[in-house]
Design a protein around this ligand. Sequence first.
Ligand code: ZN
Length: 343
Amino acid sequence: MSAVVIHAAHDLRVEPHDAPDPGPGEVRIRVERGGICGSDLHYYHAGGFGAVRVREPMVLGHEAAGTVEAVGPGVTHVAPGDAVAVNPSLPCGTCAQCQAGRPIHCLDMRFLGSAMRMPHIQGAFRARFTCEAARAVKLPPGLSVETAAFAEPLSVCLHAASQAGPLLGARVLVTGSGPIGVLCCAVARLGGAREIVVTDLVAPPLATARAMGADRTHALGEQPDSLAPYAEGKGHFDVAFEASGSGAALVGALGVLRPGGTLVQVGVGGDAAIPLSAVVAREARIVGTFRFHAEFAHAVEVLASGRLDPAPLLTEVVPAAEAVRAFDLASDRKRAMKVQLAF
Ligand code: ZN
């Protein structure tokens, strides 16, 4: 049984990995699909991001789905043979933030494939995964594991939308046409947005944004001034989702937000110089969004309903044995949107 393990930047290995029989309150999942996320790529290329560094070998992956193979004593909500999505988030339920109703900000969060704490929380890119039963969310009939592996990034975008407020009738800008930006676009469509504009530096990913509901797209690397018309008359957009993590994109989005509009910062990057005069004069609201909680189960339902089909995002399903090729492909924004590993 194999696992995809990051040892250091550019040192990604497919290694043998044990999956013990599940103990009380645990399940063993046969993982079938694992989506490669931007943070997995940060570990691969740079050994981490910001202050978060890989300090010991870590199984990557937090977008996974598969089939329950065995359950431990006391587990009743899933049974062997059930198809499940793996919820990577597991707040403790007892810390001060959890007790205050903010489980996203749990002080003892055990998020899969994350080097934020030591020892690291080993991730889900492994053929067999024994884990806390609470992570296994049963799939409704008819929902494939391939589609269910999109539940995690979709959860991020559903939470981002909740930070934005009502989208019905809203004019929405999305900056950054990676998987998260494109799913924010699809969520805005689901939420009843009146108009959705998506930008990126390069053109190829914007085709996926159009397939997922964007009315118009702009490749700013080719036509840097194409947002200028939206700046007229004190701005155009009610809501902006900044999904690139770029300071330049944040400043550009602020410049086309209508007075009182909301900018949701979804992307993570370095520091940005924010023009305070634009925030003040526009009475702009800038709000962060971090991961998700209740949205995971919601995302599974949305995917099962067929009202949001992530299929246009799926570039290729690559056997886990070829993980390095899969990670290189996922890193090429001209060729890839979402790459999944098959175990
Ligand atoms: Zn907690």
